[in-house]
Write a protein that binds this ligand. Structure first.
Ligand code: MTE
Ligand code: MO
Length: 199
């Protein structure tokens, strides 16, 4: 009887198929901010959804924290080519925030404390694809990573995941955000390597 070796795979998980083209894996968590880190006291923090019909839905920090939370584990991909697998967050699904929002708009412009903006189709925020998170890796979300709360939309390049998120404006017509105006791709699908305008 012979001992058959099936090959030693080591302890590393199988990452194949999880890293989009042109990306490399990192274990640390790089900080990428286009400006200074805004500090928002929680008693003045609010998150708002404004519809194309000028209806506003608003949450104070207390109201936001009272919403049902989820703990997504997702892979994130920055256009500067780092990817980080299995990041763990805690926050509120956009499906919860949109529950009572009546809209026929197709586009969303996300805006942040500090003035950052980014755009995406509304459908990319819904159906379990996006969250407003306030915890990362079991800890309060650090200010440099977007605390007190940021958007995460892991299926698009990470610039769509607005830090220090303040609100979402729903629009009938697409309106490019900060990086989208500066030559980056309007949609930003990492699996299709949509880094720059024209990709
Ligand atoms: N408000 C705001 N959100 C932002 C940015 C920014 O400059 N300002 N940078 C984006 C980019 S390019 C990336 S890669 C991620 C970086 O998030 P991190 O600093 O937590 O890694 O945030 C995105 N969200
Ligand atoms: Mo980025």
């Amino acid at each position: 009887m012979s001992i058959i070796s099936r090959g030693f795979r080591g302890k590393r998980r199988d990452d194949s198929g999880r890293v989009p083209p042109g990306q490399y894996l990192v274990d640390d968590f790089p900080v990428l901010s286009a400006g200074p880190t805004p500090r928002v006291p929680l008693d003045r923090w609010e998150f708002a959804i404004d519809t194309e019909a000028e209806q506003t839905h608003r949450w104070s920090w207390e109201e936001f924290m009272a919403l049902p939370a989820e703990t997504p584990t997702v892979d994130i991909h920055c256009v500067t080519k780092w990817s980080k697998l299995d990041t763990t967050w805690e926050g509120v699904s956009l499906d919860v925030l949109f529950e009572d929002v009546e809209t026929a708009a197709e586009y969303a412009l996300v805006h942040s404390y500090g003035g950052y903006t980014t755009n995406l189709p509304l459908e990319d925020l819904l159906d379990g694809k996006a969250w407003i998170v306030h915890r990362f890796d079991g800890e309060e979300l650090a200010p440099q990573h977007g605390g007190p709360a940021r958007l995460i939309v892991p299926h698009l390049y990470f610039w769509k995941s607005a830090k220090w998120v303040r609100g979402i404006r729903l629009l009938n017509e697409d309106w490019p955000g900060f990086w989208e105006t500066a030559g980056y791709h309007n949609y930003g699908d990492p699996w299709r390597e949509q880094r720059y305008e024209g990709d």
